[in-house]
Design a protein around this ligand. Structure first.
Ligand SMILES: [Ca+2]
Length: 221
């Protein structure tokens, strides 16, 4: 997604306070992008995508994820971090521990420490017609013009080999805005995989990647 030219700061807390606020934000982003579209078309911007910001209102009669909203804290997830000393930190936690959920009280947060790699993983069986979705929010102190810190979502086979790289986000994207990613995984139906969210922070200035409401919706066997 090429969202780097749009600098839109909004308090994360305010954003999570209601549907009205979210809808207003989507409208404002849409108007802003529409207003500057002619100017951008002349300076070589080929693709622009608005962030899809919405409530997970779509039905999900069968969700293959365990604790995808993190409301049972670490249950179902394997956590990994290279942080040592003062950089030791939890990856899943509550609002009153400094986490920033979009829904409920718990969320995951990767990154936020210079020179540290974080990941959370969960083994899951891809259901028929499986669609993976989650919300993520980046918050950074990096300069907005260069990619320094990244957030990857991947599928691994049970033997540890990579099955699919789904997306890489980075510190150049919209700051402090929840965005929903959606992936059609139906071609992997029936396969046991390990879903991994992974963040890399370089050694200067940090970027955090919050995650909430991970769903792998499909048909139950
Ligand atoms: Ca949550």
């Amino acid at each position: 997604m090429n969202l780097c030219s749009i600098s839109l700061k909004s308090g994360g807390e305010a954003f999570s306070k209601g549907l009205l606020t979210r809808l207003t934000l989507v409208i404002l982003i849409g108007l802003f992008t529409w207003a500057i579209a002619p100017a951008r078309a002349q300076v070589h911007i080929h693709h622009q995508y608005l962030p899809l910001v919405s409530l997970p209102a779509s039905p999900c009669p069968f969700n293959a994820m365990t604790n995808g909203g993190f409301e049972q804290d670490d249950a179902g997830w394997t956590l990994y971090s290279t942080g040592t000393g003062y950089k030791v930190h939890d990856l899943i936690g509550r609002i009153d521990e400094g986490f920033s959920p979009l829904f409920g009280v718990f969320a995951a947060r990767l990154g936020g420490y210079e020179g540290v790699v974080d990941s959370i993983q969960q083994p899951v069986l891809i259901p028929d017609q499986g669609v993976l979705s989650y919300y993520w929010k980046m918050y950074t102190y990096e300069e907005p013009d260069t990619i320094y810190d990244t957030f990857n979502v991947d599928l691994y086979n049970p033997d540890g080999t990579q099955l699919a790289h789904l997306v890489t986000h980075n510190n150049k994207e919209l700051n402090d805005i929840w965005v929903r990613d959606v992936f059609d995984l139906s071609s992997y139906a029936g396969q046991p995989v390990i879903l991994q969210f992974y963040s890399y922070n370089d050694h200067y200035y940090w970027t955090m990647f919050d995650i909430d409401e991970v769903r792998l919706c499909g048909l139950e066997d």
